[in-house]
Design a protein around this ligand. Structure first.
Ligand code: LMR
Length: 399
């Protein structure tokens, strides 16, 4: 019997793949775009907006790009570990001056988390714990990198606060050498952050239980301040943990599509070369080398005192505006009849706040009120303005 030649109709390999559900965040953007209702309002994706509802542009970024236009950089490949000067400047921004840290540039924060996961696999760590709730992409990302993912209690939805006792209990019962994800600030999706004292307690538990910290820092400067938002990271670094810190600069510089991220690795200096050799192998087999443009933008800003101070001021304005936007929605809730729980709006920070509502209620808000919020009940504070605050409050209060 000869081999029967297959064509596109009969081969049935990739053509037989089943249809997967849309991504909970990106899929929602497509739904929103195709919605023709004039009163539609998008509170789903975590992007900082300006007062016109457009994705916020930092003047510091525009000025850095002008500089780059006048002083063009090479279009050659970057090394596997990225632009060295970018790595040095973002390392100091995130970790302070610390000899035990080595940094590699990655393709966004997602790339940093992916490289981190693969590095954990190389080091023989197979189990990772994520907070419940957490960023919707954590579990799929870690799973696809080959880790077994479980969660630990973080947030008490009904009482809208961190359940610190339950969190500590869970850590105390984890198998040694498990990796544990901690969000450094502006927790996604709740906006509820650990305090300095709580980070100190956790650091001791991590040490006692021999757990491996993986920090995720996505909103540096949007919670309490550039350095303040790294408090937990600095505490763990001071306590000399071997640890990883995945960062994205998408939100803090408003350069989402430049895919700027970094992975900071804290380990004894003598181990850096070997660790980075593993990172190189991971990066090479995945995307070869990271993009250059955003790295040059950030590097230009961080190395110029004028641009740094402009960026710092713009970030502070954005942070203050987020606090005002929370206030706006809080006041709007106060003016509609009571019954809906919103007090935690004023106790949380950053881009997000989580409401204790069901998926059915999320769908109701989308279908009946043209109000798009994430499936887990998360809203993006940055999309709130004086025109939509009372509509949002009334719609949510009608649940
Ligand atoms: C979000 O959480 O909305 C953002 O971080 C965008 C994303 O990639 O999910």
């Amino acid at each position: 019997m000869g081999i029967v030649a297959m064509n596109r109709e009969t081969s049935g390999k990739i053509a037989n793949l089943s249809l997967l559900p849309a991504d909970p965040i990106y899929g929602m953007q497509l739904l929103f775009k195709s919605d023709v209702r004039p009163n539609k309002c998008n509170l789903s994706i975590g992007v900082c907006q300006d007062t016109q509802g457009k994705t916020l542009r930092f003047h510091a970024v525009d000025m850095a790009e002008k500089n780059l236009h006048n002083n063009p950089y090479s279009k050659d490949y970057l090394p596997l570990t990225g632009l060295a000067s970018f790595c040095t400047s973002v390392q100091e921004l995130v970790c302070g001056k610390n000899d035990s840290v080595t940094t590699v540039q990655t393709v966004g924060g997602t790339g940093a988390l992916y490289v981190a996961s693969k590095l954990l696999c190389h080091a023989g760590i197979s189990q990772i714990f994520v907070p419940d709730p957490t960023w919707v992409n954590h579990t799929p990302l870690f799973t696809s990198a080959g880790l077994t993912v479980s969660s630990f209690p973080y947030y008490d939805r009904a009482n809208a606060c961190i359940d610190f006792d339950a969190l500590c209990d869970a850590l105390n019962n984890m198998d040694p050498h498990s990796a544990v994800v901690l969000q450094a600030s502006c927790h996604n999706p709740t906006g509820a952050d650990l305090t300095k004292e709580q980070f100190k307690i956790l650091s001791q538990i991590f040490r006692k239980r021999n757990l491996f910290p993986l920090f995720d820092l996505a909103y540096q400067g949007l919670g309490s301040g550039i350095e303040e938002d790294t408090l937990g990271i600095r505490i763990f670094l001071e306590d000399e943990h071997e640890m990883l810190v995945a960062t994205t600069f998408a939100k803090s510089f408003g350069i989402y599509n430049e895919r700027m991220g970094a992975l900071h690795i804290a380990a004894p200096k003598k181990a850096h070369d070997s660790i980075v050799s593993h990172v190189r192998a991971i990066v090479r087999s995945c995307y070869s080398s990271p993009p250059a443009h955003g790295a040059h933008i950030i590097n230009t800003i961080l190395s110029s005192p004028e641009l740094y101070s402009l960026w710092e001021n713009e970030l502070a304005e954005t942070r203050n505006r987020l606090a005002e936007q929370r206030n706006l929605l809080y006041s709007a809730f106060q003016s509609v009849k009571p019954g809906f729980s919103y007090a935690h709006l004023m106790q949380t920070k950053g881009l997000f706040c989580l409401f204790d509502i069901t998926l059915e209620q999320v769908i109701f808000l989308r279908n009946e009120k043209a109000l798009y919020i994430a499936n887990d009940g998360r809203i993006c504070i940055s999309a709130i303005n004086s025109q939509n605050a009372s509509i949002i409050a009334e719609s949510m209060q009608s649940l």
